[in-house]
Design a protein around this ligand. Structure first.
Ligand SMILES: [Mg+2]
Length: 404
């Protein structure tokens, strides 16, 4: 059996926000690849991996569960976003190694495929209804069955231009203001338009990105009920998930939640009390394949489905880990897709193939994906990678922040 000899990180994408983990072993040519990307804290995650690595050097690479538990408890405090990401990168790499040792893809090790391919959903957006409708039509033509519909950026449809919003005289510069009532007015009209033009054939989702106050979130779920969404995403912030009980009492709009979750105490009650319909943990933020496999199995017993988070800032290795879980899970619902540039795909030979609204893994041993380190280094822009990145900051008319 292979022993872990070295754990290194590879930082890439032009802005340096992708962090890949490479776990080396004492067996010639045998290594594993994992994703530990964090758009906002790439340098912090790398430091965490460097801190964890000595604990694992010399241990059996095949003892994935024990290695996971060892790292999970090694700093006493746990379930943090950074440490979960570091742990997940190592965990994925260990599954990659195990698959290579067994000579089979990870989805075969996990029980074998339960589906032929992984249904993915696309992100359609437009600044007005016509632009959005055109974008939705484009994805329908590409083969997508499930399409997320947004008016511009997160919260779009709820922003009032600064000159129209009644703002305090001492407010700092602000170009617009998010208003719950404007959002509640716009969103039902958006879906009325799409259903009127496109019928009920396409399956639609929408991401609220936790912009609403809880009672307005309940109201929106109820107002959107006639449009029969595939799911409504991130209706409530993680601090307000108890309000899902009221949502359930008020309407049958399916709920997707969990991309900010990092702790079993967050997802367990929502799943076991059947308060949500789709759990959306990001595989790396949940602690990797080992942890998310357990979430998928928990979902199976309670009739909840998985919709692992991907999106714009994620990387092809994390996506591949999600695809392996999707292939084996009977609780699979849908997979969020990403938009990678051609040169970014070239960094990751063996990446999942996206075609006609489906993601396909390959039949190579392990995760089936690798890192071309020369290309990874070539795309990195050191000046851009030295910057810090922050999430968009939305504010209400009185200047107070909208907590996503
Ligand atoms: Mg979301």
């Amino acid at each position: 059996m292979a022993k872990i000899t070295k754990i290194e990180t590879i930082r890439t994408r032009d802005n340096g926000t992708w962090v890949f983990v490479k776990v080396h072993t004492d067996q010639p040519g045998l290594y594993g690849i994992g994703s530990a990307s964090d758009h906002f804290h790439a340098r912090t995650v790398i430091a965490a991996i460097e801190t964890i690595a000595p604990k694992l050097i010399g241990r059996e690479a095949s003892a994935i569960e024990d290695n996971w538990q060892t790292v999970y408890t090694s700093a006493y405090w746990r379930n943090g976003s950074i440490l979960n990401t570091a742990l997940a990168g190592i965990d994925m790499a260990l599954w990659d190694i195990k698959g290579k040792e067994a000579g089979m893809p990870v989805y075969q090790l996990l029980g074998g495929p339960t589906r032929a391919a992984v249904m993915a959903y696309a992100h359609a957006a437009g600044d007005d209804l016509i632009e959005l409708e055109d974008d939705v039509r484009r994805y329908i033509e590409e083969g997508y069955q499930v399409i997320r519909c947004q008016l511009g950026q997160y919260g779009g449809g709820g922003f009032i231009p600064a000159e129209q919003a009644r703002m305090p005289k001492n407010l700092r510069g602000q170009v617009n203001a998010f208003d719950d009532d404007a959002y509640l007015e716009t969103l039902p009209k958006m879906f009325a338009h799409l259903r009127d033009k496109l019928g009920f054939g396409p399956k639609f989702t929408h991401d609220v990105h936790e912009h609403l106050k809880p009672h307005n979130a309940v109201a929106l779920a109820k107002l959107l009920e006639p449009y029969r969404l595939f799911f409504l995403e991130d209706l409530l912030s993680p601090e307000q998930v108890d309000w899902y009980r009221l949502v359930r009492q008020q309407c049958v709009t399916p709920q997707a939640m969990g991309e900010l979750f990092i702790n079993p105490h967050e997802w367990t009650p929502l799943i076991t009390e059947r308060l949500i319909d789709f759990v959306r943990v990001r595989v790396s933020k949940g602690g990797g394949i080992t942890q998310c496999r357990k979430i998928a199995v928990l979902c199976e017993w309670f009739g909840v489905q998985t919709a692992w988070q991907e999106g714009g800032d994620n990387d092809p290795v994390n996506q591949m880990a999600a695809v392996h879980l999707d292939m084996v899970s009977t609780s699979f619902g849908v997979q969020e897709e990403n938009h990678f540039r051609p040169e970014e795909y070239e960094i990751c030979p063996g990446h999942a193939l996206l075609e006609g609204g489906y993601l396909y893994p390959n039949d190579q041993p392990g995760l089936g994906i690798d890192i071309d380190e020369d290309k990874a280094r070539a795309v990195l822009n050191p000046e851009l990678a030295s910057k810090s990145f922050y999430i968009a900051e939305d504010r209400r008319s009185d200047g107070s922040i909208v907590r996503p």
